[in-house]
Design a protein around this ligand. Structure first.
Ligand SMILES: Cc1cc2nc3c(=O)[nH]c(=O)nc-3n(C[C@H](O)[C@H](O)[C@H](O)COP(=O)(O)OP(=O)(O)OC[C@H]3O[C@@H](n4cnc5c(N)ncnc54)[C@H](O)[C@@H]3O)c2cc1C
Length: 372
């Protein structure tokens, strides 16, 4: 039996598996399809909350820690696997300058570099922007990651770290004796366990509810598209209202994203396709010259304030969860993994664990992992 069983092979599950395997634990991961195909694949890979000053402090603290960890994590994955997650500090331009004062205060509090750009300064920074945008806030330190490559790299690294991946294995129920989960009921039969971390993304709330704990989690559909443009068409991430452009290093430009509460429905829609495309051309008219390469949708694990639930189950001592990362799970993954390791190994965490233990989700006690 493994020291640790992780349910769900998104960025959260794989990053926790990596962290714990690097710490010496024997780890397995149960995934109902193939790892890295759901929200974590569908996301944009911006490594910052959009309009960060609108977010609560616990989210910003976890974000700040992740931002410290991301570059080194991406470099290690690249070195060990040969797959480059393309971490790139491309900067973020925010065109909603009516929130300038809040932005400046946030920048000072979090020591994040931020400046106002006008007219020619803005044109020099991002020549493709429409001339009707004359002012923007520029955050030069904001980075992005190419998430499908991050996921491919993580999967390859898990293999090197001897993490056992059980694909096509859906977990349906927890079987417990007293306060301990002893087995998982899966689509391939009963599966004995020592310690469990539930990382099933938008589907995690339903699985957790089978244990009597109801977290206010809901799937939130996001649609995106990619326009196949030549290199350097756009150079910065550009955010305008609820729409954004993300330039990849090969030139492709991602356009995101919708926020739709349509349950577990993951279809794309013609309305969103038109809307995203129109927004993209409004921000950068030159994009109209290039074709839409792909349009897709994913289900974000939505939580009320966007602060994830990271903790131990209130009555089952060896069941943990990392759920509800909503719009920021790619960015938050390294700090979530670090925090989960602190919980599993009873080490001091770099953030206050109580900030993420909503609904008394954590009782602060859990068996220490063998091999950690
Ligand atoms: C359009 C869009 C844009 C986004 N942009 C960004 C961005 O720019 N930056 C950012 O940081 N975040 C972004 N996000 C959010 C981010 O993608 C998510 O917060 C993150 O991917 C959540 O990761 P996860 O591992 O919890 O979930 P998922 O990636 O959904 O993984 C959950 C996994 O669990 C598996 N699973 C579910 N139920 C079971 C079960 N019963 N048994 C076994 N396996 C199960 C699923 O198959 C899946 O593989 C975006 C999301 C979307 C949709």
């Amino acid at each position: 039996m493994h020291d640790l069983t992780i349910i769900g092979g998104g960025v959260i599950g794989m990053m926790i598996a990596r962290e714990m395997a690097l710490d010496g634990a024997s780890v397995e991961l149960l995934e109902r399809a193939e790892p890295g195909q759901e929200a974590s694949w569908a996301g944009g890979g911006i490594l910052s909350p959009l309009h960060p000053w609108r977010y609560p402090e616990p989210l910003l603290k976890l974000a700040a820690r992740s931002q410290q960890l991301f570059k080194a994590t991406a470099e290690q994955i690249h070195q060990r696997t040969g797959i480059d997650p393309e971490w790139r500090q491309c900067g973020l331009l925010i065109t909603d300058t009516n929130e300038k004062q809040q932005a400046i205060e946030w920048g000072e509090q979090w020591q994040t570099s931020l400046r106002s750009l006008h007219g020619n300064q803005l044109r020099d920074c991002e020549p493709a922007l429409t001339p009707s945008i004359t002012d923007a806030l520029y955050l030069p330190d904001i980075a992005q990651v190419r998430n499908p490559r991050l996921l491919a790299g993580l999967r390859a690294e898990l293999k090197l770290l001897k993490v056992t991946i059980h694909s096509q294995t859906e977990v349906n129920r927890f079987i417990s004796h007293g306060s301990t989960v002893t087995e998982l009921e899966t689509s391939s039969g009963k599966h004995p366990v020592n310690n469990v971390v539930l990382c099933a993304g938008a589907w995690g709330g339903e699985l957790l509810a089978t244990t009597g704990v109801n977290l206010p989690l809901e799937p939130v559909r996001g649609q995106m598209m990619v326009i196949k443009t030549p290199a350097n068409t756009i150079n910065r991430i550009v955010l305008s209202g609820s729409r954004y452009l993300i330039p990849r290093s090969d030139g492709r430009v991602l356009v995101g994203s919708t926020i739709e509460r349509t349950g577990f429905e993951k279809q794309t829609t013609a309305v969103a396709r038109e809307d995203l495309y129109a927004s993209a051309i409004q921000m950068a008219p030159c994009l109209a010259e290039w074709p839409i390469e792909h349009h897709w949708a994913g289900l974000r694990p939505g939580s009320p304030s966007g602060i994830p639930y990271i903790g131990v189950h209130p009555t089952l001592d060896n069941l943990h969860a990392a759920l509800g990362h909503f719009r920021n799970g790619l960015m938050l993954a390294p700090a979530t993994a670090e925090l989960m390791k602190s919980l599993l190994t009873r080490q001091t965490a770099s953030v206050n664990i109580n900030d993420y233990n909503h609904l008394n989700f954590s009782r602060g006690h859990n068996p220490t992992l063998a091999g950690s």
